[in-house]
Design a binder for this molecule. Structure first.
Ligand code: SF4
Length: 499
């Protein structure tokens, strides 16, 4: 086998990816989001198998139990086809080194229809390429393909307590688009074969698809020769604008400053600061002071953790809705007062929303100054809670209306430190402001080091044995507590910077 459908799609998006996977796999950097997307995709795929009622799944593993046994799967598919099984999941085919497993193969009009399942909410060109490749392999294997469909998530579905697969999923007939695309498949396969077997690395320019919809795992490798820092390190600039500059040869900060016609004062300041090589942070004292003057005692520091289940679990929620399950809250009553802490972590496996909203109203009085880092997230979640629980809406919206954004001094360029590397996320700002402070280092936490890990671990806790459950809960509490403690330290640092 030389080509699977995932490899074919990868080559369709960027031929270099497939070459690098074969020749330089060690250069691939997988992030937590990649793993989470894969897990989510598997969950959706498993659920969709039941959309047409009873089915036969031909998935088979080798003796290690870890790797798929493709030969066994192809054999099992032949057996089910000959028996006339009406719905076969993971139906597998091999033709001349081309391999594919069809998510759902369903008997239709004297032939077989291909159903490809995706966890996204809309049709993307790469899905059409994927289905066209499958149709090509099946037809070459002697199957009469009578339909091609994409099953994806219906974003307007609202869960009412009983999951309805036919409403959760939408089935799109993509036959027309596949008919247009399938003529390209033989040439694409030939090109893919040439690329994979070539010893020389293909020379391809960076394009927006390197970062959209996801940052490619080979991004670091493919940009290794670019000047550091470069146009891709600028913040507050759209990806398409960065690629415009890149495509016009304006890559280094020197190029951009002399010929880039950049008008944004924060970007100009960022570039000038980087080029100056100064080690001292840049502080616009007036800007920082004006921001600090918007805050008052008692001051609260709030951070939420949420999950985003594709398959809705709680009444009234849609696919991909943000469900807040945890918060940490540090607060100081008066100038020079003691730093206090409160927190909430829901029971995994239960609907956390009502309990969290009640606790939040109990822990944050009305009319106090609340800070969040990148407040649009916390504000958005509080607004949703207020809409869900009208009896708490007045208090929740009072909290919402009093939230100040601790991101402002960094995003506005009032405070810039070289070590922030052009990013103003708390995960970049904190180590830049406190490089030698182990208690503020997320790497020193156990089990949970970022929001993606928190999001993945929380739903799993319900299925863990008691001893592991306690540990996982503790790890989540420590992680979220560090988020708000970090905010307190950042606020203190800003105050110091204007003395
Ligand atoms: S970074 Fe871009 S050019 Fe490099 S392999 Fe990924 S998609 Fe292709």
């Amino acid at each position: 086998m030389f080509l699977s459908k995932s490899k074919y799609c990868e080559i369709h998006q960027c031929p270099k990816t497939a070459w690098l996977r074969k020749h330089k796999p060690e250069e691939f950097i997988s992030d937590d989001n990649t793993l989470m997307r894969m897990e989510n995709g598997n969950e959706v795929g498993d659920l969709a198998m039941g959309i047409f009622g009873d089915y036969c799944e031909v998935t088979a593993y080798d003796d290690t139990g870890k790797n798929l046994d493709l030969t066994k799967m192809v054999k099992a598919t032949k057996k089910e086809l000959s028996k006339g099984t009406p719905v076969i999941c993971e139906a597998s085919f091999e033709y001349n080194g081309l391999y594919c497993a069809v998510d759902i193969l369903r008997a239709q009009n004297g032939g077989w229809a291909i159903y490809e399942v995706k966890s996204s909410t809309h049709v993307k060109p790469v899905y059409i390429a994927d289905i066209s490749y499958q149709k090509y392999v099946l037809e070459k294997s002697g199957i009469n393909v009578t339909g091609t469909y994409l099953i994806n998530i219906n974003s307007s579905y609202v869960f009412n307590g009983k999951l309805k697969l036919h409403e959760l999923f939408s089935i799109n007939d993509v036959s027309k688009a596949v008919a247009a695309e399938i003529t390209n498949v033989p040439a694409n396969i030939a090109a893919a074969e040439a690329i994979i077997h070539n010893e020389t690395e293909p020379e391809l320019p960076l394009t927006e698809s390197c970062r959209d919809p996801y940052k490619c795992g080979f991004w670091q490798y493919c940009t290794r020769a670019l000047p550091k820092p470069c146009v891709f390190d600028l913040y507050r600039m759209s990806s398409s604008k960065k690629f415009d500059y890149y495509n016009n040869g304006l890559i280094s900060y020197e190029d951009l400053l002399s010929k880039g016609n950049v008008k944004n004062k924060h970007q100009l300041r960022q570039m000038q600061f980087e080029i100056s090589k100064t080690q001292e942070p840049f502080v616009d004292k007036k800007g920082v002071e004006d921001f600090l003057n918007t805050l008052s005692y008692p001051i609260y520091f709030l951070d939420f953790e949420s999950m985003q289940p594709i398959i809705p679990q709680f009444i009234g929620t849609r696919p991909y809705a943000q469900i807040t399950f945890q918060y940490s809250l540090h607060y100081i009553e008066k100038e020079g007062g003691e730093l206090m802490h409160k927190e909430f972590l829901a029971e995994s496996g239960t609907d956390p929303r009502r309990e969290l909203a009640l606790r939040l109203c109990r822990d944050i009085p009305k009319d106090v100054c609340v800070t969040a880092y990148n407040k649009s997230f916390e504000c958005g979640r509080i607004k949703e809670l207020a809409e869900t629980f009208p009896d708490l809406a007045e208090h929740l919206m009072n909290i919402h209306d009093n939230i100040h954004d601790l991101l402002v001094p960094f995003q506005s360029g009032y405070y810039y430190n070289r070590a922030m590397g052009g990013s103003y996320s708390i995960k970049s700002v904190l180590p830049a402001l406190f490089p030698d402070e182990p208690t503020l280092d997320y790497h020193n936490l156990e089990g949970v080091h970022n929001g993606s890990e928190a999001m993945s671990i929380f739903p799993l806790i319900a299925k863990m044995p008691a001893d592991q459950r306690e540990k996982a809960r503790n790890n989540l509490l420590k992680y979220c507590e560090l988020d708000t403690y970090a905010m307190v330290k950042v606020w203190e640092k800003l105050k110091e910077s204007i003395k």
